[in-house]
Unconditional design. Structure first.
Length: 460
């Protein structure tokens, strides 16, 4: 019998991380020569690394920590619940935290999105929504409606079903073949509209695709209110109203993927409220608990839920940790903070300040576009502003990984330099941030973007 040598982990945090921690979406090889950034503490809009250096968390730690770091009151609600009932499942049982949170979300949601199915995170919420759409159509006599339409470059998560909706080739290719049925249409990139298209045509691409696939085969359309990947693509006027009409025309469910856009990111409880449309299903995660516990959910309308209530039917789907009582208690405390401290009002009062600060950077040659809504913005970086010329792959690599990411971090700003579409800098500060933090962001961004212009020889 082979003997197994027991490995005793010793060493500094750096050594242990490099040896044992498989970091997500990370080129681990890059850390052979460099330190892994290890964040040890957070308070308000700021976090500190293991050396005691402070950073402005300009990304709310992956668009999550909406109410800011270090909220003892929210944590306490979780501890209290853990003492009372640390865990019970929502499989044929229920418990007060899940019931109360479901009722509260239903009350906050627009329209009749009254039924709440809990998950442990965003991809599970998307996965659940896609499965719900398929089973809904089977129960209502349309078993061939299985396909879903998403947008190019959109990120909807990494589980195989959600990945089939994700429209980023690099993330899909290593795992092909994917779940069948994912189709893609253009994003609402108003800075770079597809050739021969107007903004008005963008919603029609969804109708065209439904017709091409065959309306009898399409289950759902899944869209973010503001698309994250690619850099905060906002919808043109009337886009979602038209998409709603198209979905109704062909009995296709409209899924609003609000894993980022709900819970104040756009200044409303739900992103669809900002653009005044009513989806059939909303997916959420991240800001639901402000990441004080992992939790997601989907909300479905009465119409979508109804066939599942009939006879012996049921949604044949579940997760052990869906509706976890500690996470649900934390979500309730998080929503209390939103209400007590006027978080939505704060975002609506100050989003123009954030935007104005970012707009003021337009004099820097490399800044091609500034776009977004609420506390969710992107700056697109270009080679030539007059022609909107893009950087090539190698140039983008040099710009983003060779300079920007490291330099912004070195100067104490955490944001995301991203090239899942064209190169962008993404900013999504905690929703408690205000003019003081915006000034700090500018104080870092301006010199770094000026230096980036020089390094990349952008003079326009
Ligand atoms: C719109 C959207 N959907 C789904 C996901 C996946 O969420 P998670 O990472 O919690 O699985 C994300 C993650 O950023 C997202 O932005």
């Amino acid at each position: 019998m082979a003997t197994t040598e027991r490995h005793v982990a010793t060493g500094s945090l750096q050594e242990l991380a490099k040896a044992h921690l498989w970091m997500h979406f990370t080129r681990m090889g890059a850390y052979a020569e460099h330190e892994i950034p290890i964040i040890v503490r957070g308070e308000g809009c700021y976090v500190w690394d293991e050396h005691g250096k402070r950073y402005l968390d300009g990304l709310s730690s992956l668009f999550c920590v909406n109410i800011g770091h270090g909220r003892g009151d929210v944590v306490q609600a979780g501890a209290d619940q853990a003492k009372e009932l640390g865990y019970y499942s929502t499989w044929t049982f229920a418990h007060p935290p899940a019931i109360e949170l479901a009722a509260r979300l239903a009350a906050l949601a627009p329209g009749d999105l009254n039924r709440v199915f809990f998950t442990s995170g965003g991809a599970e919420s998307v996965e659940s929504a896609l499965k719900l759409a398929r089973q809904y159509h089977k129960l209502t006599g349309h078993p061939n409606k299985t396909k879903f339409i998403a947008r190019e470059i959109a990120y909807h998560g990494t589980t195989l079903g959600a990945l089939a909706a994700t429209g980023i080739p690099n993330l899909r290719e290593p795992f092909e073949p994917l779940v069948p049925g994912g189709c893609h249409v253009p994003s609402t990139n108003l800075y770079r509209l597809p050739r021969h298209m107007t903004a008005h045509d963008l919603a029609e691409t969804i109708r065209d695709r439904i017709l091409f696939e065959g309306p009898d085969t399409v289950a759902a359309v899944i869209l973010e209110p503001v698309q994250n990947a690619g850099g905060c693509f906002t919808p043109p006027e009337g886009y979602f109203q038209r998409v709603r009409e198209i979905c109704d025309e062909f009995d296709v469910l409209l899924i609003s993927d609000e894993v980022i856009c709900a819970f104040g990111r756009l200044g409303h409880w739900f992103g669809c409220e900002r653009y005044d449309y009513l989806p059939d299903i909303i997916t959420v995660a991240k800001g639901l608990t402000s990441a004080y516990a992992p939790m997601g959910a989907l909300l479905a309308t009465d119409r979508v839920a109804a066939p599942f209530d009939e006879g012996t039917n049921g949604f044949m789907h579940g997760y052990t940790f869906g509706g976890h009582p500690v996470a649900a208690a934390i979500a309730m405390a998080n929503l209390d903070v939103f209400e007590r401290e006027g978080i939505l009002e704060h975002v609506r009062a100050h989003e123009a300040d954030l935007r104005a600060m970012l707009e003021s950077l337009r004099d820097i040659p490399i800044v091609g576009d500034v776009r977004g809504a609420g506390y969710f913005h992107a700056i697109e970086l270009v080679k030539d502003r007059s022609t909107k010329a893009e950087f090539g792959d190698d140039e983008a690599e040099t710009l983003l990984r060779g300079f920007l990411s490291g330099e912004l971090y070195r100067r104490g700003l955490i944001c995301r330099a991203d090239d899942r579409g064209d190169p962008v800098i993404m900013l999504a500060p905690p929703l408690i941030a205000g003019p003081e933090q915006f000034a700090e962001i500018e104080a870092v961004l301006r010199p770094v973007l000026e230096e980036a212009s020089e390094r990349m020889h952008v003079t326009g």
